[in-house]
Write a protein that binds this ligand. Sequence first.
Ligand SMILES: [Mn+2]
Length: 212
Amino acid sequence: MFFRKYDGAYNFEKFKNDRQGFIDMIKKYTESDRLTDSIIGRIYDYGFVILDKIKQVIPYPEKLDFYPELKISGDLAEPREDGIKSLVGSIDLLVIDGEGNSYTFDFKTSPKEYSDYDSAKVRTFMYQLATYNRLLQRFGFKDYENKQYILPIRFENYRLSNRDEAIQNAENAIFVYDNIAWDKDDLVRDLTPSIKSDDSLNGHLDSFLPRI
Ligand SMILES: [Mn+2]
């Protein structure tokens, strides 16, 4: 919601000096009672922190366009045995600069610090981002014009709210958290170099979603 645009202005412009206004707007549009004022307020604070950071990592920060929750799709090299012919993805945040370069940002929430994520998990992120990259190529973006980032967000005091019920039936488990936090040093993780240099990952993707 922070990066959404209405009537020509992004919410972060519209609510620039109006934290409470942002909180009220989110509460109006979301049903969930798990999003407390304090958490929405933190999302607002976090939004401005990453907006700053995004402008730092982009070489042409003057004219940026933001596309939150962007749906993209593309055909597979060959239909799968079950008949599925294409892939659909939703990019958390795509940013395009004035030169036409694209930057993919994927928010990752976890009770852990990014540095404590296990390597298998980070590898799934690499696959995800590399897949977005290849789908973007189908919309005319060149491979080298796209950079891929992870934005880690940490849940504070993440816990089960209904332990007894959850023990009876795990499907009913409700997790809650009191706050979101971010580490200044781990605000944005550039996975582009590790994705680019990973021959096994790229070879695997070549087999069903080839580069264009
Ligand atoms: Mn995400």
